[in-house]
Design a protein. Structure first.
Length: 819
């Protein structure tokens, strides 16, 4: 890191770095050309892919004309076409001069304006007492013998990123010498078998909240009986979700035979093996314990782990491994290979290794930086790309080019006459040694037992007590997956301010959306925003700061593709940007396509395993369901014309025709390219009668000149208060709609949080205002698509750097280190 810092202090070194980036981009282009020509030289789609994934256009410019991306600001990252961004009048010129001065203050004082620095917190290295993680140096201090749990995402990433590289190097040595396994000195993972590694949730999710219990003498820890006393209705039958640890055997139970734990004292004194049902809600903190306990002791591993690429990678690609066993790092041979690969001996007497090459003595502490291992992996291994035979390959090409996406009725037609036919096809024509195929078949068979009226509820929520005195919003916890629940977003948490909790929520939502979009783009999964996110997009191209829902839709064919190939996949955020992990989980009852009577309205979820917050995924498909009467009563908004059109629906109450969805177009939401449906305003008015016209919601007000929603209490400095009484909503809205530039600056000067948000989002909201002039007429109604104009500005639909600091750094370092 010191070398990098010294290099970046002079312009010559910066040019050297940029030349390196140029070389890397050209290398990737050469690789893709070679790889895909080997696959099929005549395939036109491959030529498109190559043209879409050439290095960024800046490399064609002289180096002294290229922008230093590290010194750029958020507000100049997305550019509005000059014909729209006409700010030549005297008032606008003066405003922009003042604003640029203010933004420079933000940029140059990131200690005060910490929220605008969204890079990884420094230092990224950790100092690890390494011998405590190795079986060969086992002692009473070893983590394999401790009752408490260890967690650090930088440690986990370091070991796994290193092991992925080692596995591919081992595989290529087993092959006959052949140039196809290498491209420009890199190992081509696409020509090698998939790798498999052990996995345990304790290494990937912070379960250390359990350490408070695990540190107690075993007989003083909570039992199932103690736990049920704090549940609503105090259930007496416990076996359906809880087992006392005393009832299991150290000789036969999987927790011990797996080698992950040796003694009962290393476990809580109660083992959660199921959901306690929504009737038995409890206080926030006990619900956290329930979920963490389940993850530690009974939750099944994912089938696959997928690590996302850097944003600036011209060709994308992912690093993936299948999960072959349940094994904690502290009991895994991966730790041995990790230390040996760093050049150290693992001999117990710590003398030189008996191998050919002498190895250094292992010190007590190692300094590890996961970014070094991420760099080594990328420098030595070519990531996995979609083969041209993949269902999502051609779609991925379109998505990378940000082209319009035309759907057909076939995309929404369930491909089998009934579930039994689907089962027969899977049993005859699928490789059932593939765990994903077997899981898909198991889901089909489970679904075949039920219909829309009696199927079992699949997704379970972290239902909490609304009467908990620290539950500020009196919420029930319906927006959290119970297993990964880590506290209600607005729960009164010791040491946290309200603004810090709001910022934490913004981080979670931003990273959820960003990582889903990156995954979908890599794998060619079509999805578009709908409901609340589409409404929030309409206002300013951002998510509502007061909402924690993200809803997306997809056609049934892409849901089935997602289920068959990516169900139970853990998606890992690009390690250079954060430590997020997201589980893809698909409902077993997706093959019933009518309205669900048991609340199986959601077909799949993309779940943040660090918080339990998720993206709801619903598919649209044909069915024999009749649309409810509101579609007839509001025919002028959503005329389905069933006599002319095929109608498709989700599993709740939403019905559509093809022209209302297709063609899909790209736009930006929170700096993330997303697809939006063809018809927007009528659908939004249909779902939210006042959604497009109400400038206030739950004391949040829309400030036009900032294009931001601002909480009422933060507006006090610029509101003219009456001599008597209070301001009405209408008075506040009227004043905000007529704010002068001077008052705007007064507001920005009075509140660092608003200033930082404006700094981060101004270019995005400006671009959104421009796109609205293309999409909507003067009355706000949808206009026909102008394809030529769309193609002139679609290049702006690019993933910008994250708007928010990653959650782990914010919670662990940044929030605590504020001046």
């Amino acid at each position: 890191m010191g070398l990098i810092k010294s290099l970046t202090k002079n312009k010559k070194s910066i040019k050297l770095i940029k030349l390196s980036v140029l070389f890397l981009g050209i290398f990737n282009l050469i690789y893709f050309t070679i790889y895909y020509k080997q696959q099929n030289p005549s395939n036109e789609s491959l030529k498109k892919f190559l043209s879409l994934n050439k290095p960024p256009s800046t490399i064609d410019k002289p180096l002294d004309e290229q922008k230093d991306t590290d010194s750029g600001t958020f507000h100049d990252e997305i550019l509005v076409p000059s014909e729209y961004d006409n700010k030549n009048n005297e008032v606008d010129v003066k405003f922009n001069e003042q604003l640029n001065f203010k933004f420079n203050q933000v940029k140059n004082n990131q200690q005060r304006f910490a929220n605008v620095n969204t890079k990884l917190s420094q230092p990224t290295n950790i100092k690890l007492e390494i011998k405590n993680h190795l079986r060969v140096f086992e002692s009473g201090k070893s983590w394999i013998n401790k009752n408490e749990l260890f967690y650090d995402p930088k440690f986990t990433l370091s070991v796994y990123l290193n092991e992925i590289r080692l596995q591919y190097e081992k595989l290529v040595k087993q092959q006959q010498p052949d140039e196809k396994y290498y491209v420009a000195g890199k190992i081509n993972s696409n020509e090698l078998p998939a790798i498999s590694l052990p996995f345990n949730w304790a290494d990937w999710i912070d379960l250390t909240v359990l350490n408070n219990e695990l540190a107690k003498p075993f007989d003083q820890r909570m039992t199932c009986g103690d736990f049920t006393k704090i549940l609503h209705k105090n259930p007496t039958k416990l076996s359906f979700f809880c087992t006392d640890t005393d009832a299991i055997s150290e000789k036969s139970h999987d927790l011990f035979t797996s080698g992950n734990y040796r003694f009962k004292s290393q476990l809580p004194n109660f083992l959660i093996h199921g959901h306690s049902t929504h009737n038995y809600f409890c206080y926030n903190d006990y619900r956290i314990l329930q979920g963490k306990n389940y993850i530690m002791t009974n939750m099944k591993n994912p089938l696959k782990v997928m690590i996302l690429p850097d944003d600036d990678s011209p060709t994308g690609g992912t690093f993936e491994f299948n999960v072959d066993s349940n094994r904690r790092l502290t009991s895994s041979k991966m730790m041995d290979s990790f230390v040996q690969s760093l050049g150290y001996s693992i001999n117990q007497d710590n003398e030189f290794d008996s191998n050919k090459d002498e190895k250094a003595l292992l010190p007590d502490y190692l300094n590890l930086n996961h970014l070094d291992f991420w760099s080594d992996l990328n420098n030595n291994i070519i990531p996995s790309y979609l083969p041209k035979s993949d269902y999502g390959f051609n779609t991925s090409l379109l998505m990378r080019s940000k082209s319009l996406i035309e759907l057909t009725e076939d995309n929404f037609r369930y491909p089998y006459a009934n579930i039994d036919e689907h089962i027969n096809d899977m049993e005859k024509n699928s490789d059932l040694s593939n765990p994903h195929n077997q899981m898909y078949l198991d889901g089909l068979k489970e679904c075949a037992k039920y219909d829309n009226s009696n199927e079992i509820r699949y997704f379970r929520m972290a239902v909490i007590d609304p009467n908990d005195p620290r539950n500020r919003d009196r919420e029930w916890g319906w927006h959290y997956d119970w297993r990964f629940f880590n506290g209600a977003l607005n729960y009164d948490k010791e040491g946290w301010t309200q603004k810090e909790q709001t910022h934490r929520t913004n981080i979670i939502m931003d990273r959820l959306l960003r990582n889903w979009a990156k995954f979908a783009n890599e794998k060619g999964i079509i999805s578009w925003i709908m409901h609340g996110p589409l409404l929030s997009w309409y206002w300013n191209g951002l998510l509502f700061p007061y909402d924690n829902d993200i809803d997306i839709q997809m056609p049934i064919d892409h849901l089935l593709h997602l289920a068959k190939n990516y169900n139970q996949t853990l998606v890992v955020e690009n390690p250079a940007q954060g430590y997020g992990k997201y589980l893809i989980e698909v409902n077993s009852y997706i093959h019933n396509r009518g309205i669900s009577a048991r609340e199986n309205h959601i077909d799949a979820r993309f779940i943040d395993v660090d918080t339990g917050i998720y993206i709801d995924i619903t598919a649209l498909s044909n069915s024999d369901v009749t649309p409810p009467k509101e579609y007839t009563e509001k025919k002028e908004l959503v005329d389905l014309e069933p006599e002319k059109n095929m109608i498709f629906n989700d599993r709740r109450k939403h019905f559509y025709t093809l022209k209302q969805i297709s063609p899909l177009r790209y736009s930006m939401l929170m700096g993330v390219p997303v697809l939006i449906p063809n018809e927007i305003t009528n659908r939004l008015v249909f779902e939210y009668s006042k959604g497009l016209s109400s400038y206030e919601y739950a004391k949040w007000y829309f400030v036009k000149k900032l294009n931001l929603w601002v909480y009422e209490s933060d507006l006090t400095p610029v509101l003219e208060m009456p001599t008597e009484g209070k301001l009405s909503k209408e008075d506040i809205i009227n004043q905000l709609n007529n704010l002068s530039n001077d008052l705007i600056f007064k507001l920005l000067n009075s509140n660092d949080d608003i200033l930082q948000e404006y700094y981060l989002t101004k270019s995005l909201t400006n671009f959104h205002e421009f796109q609205k002039t293309i999409l909507f007429d003067d009355k706000g109604l949808d206009k026909p698509i102008d394809v030529d104009k769309y193609n002139t500005y679609k290049k702006q639909f690019k993933m910008i750097k994250p708007l928010r600091k990653n959650l782990y750094d914010y919670e662990t370092f940044d929030r605590l280190n504020k001046a």
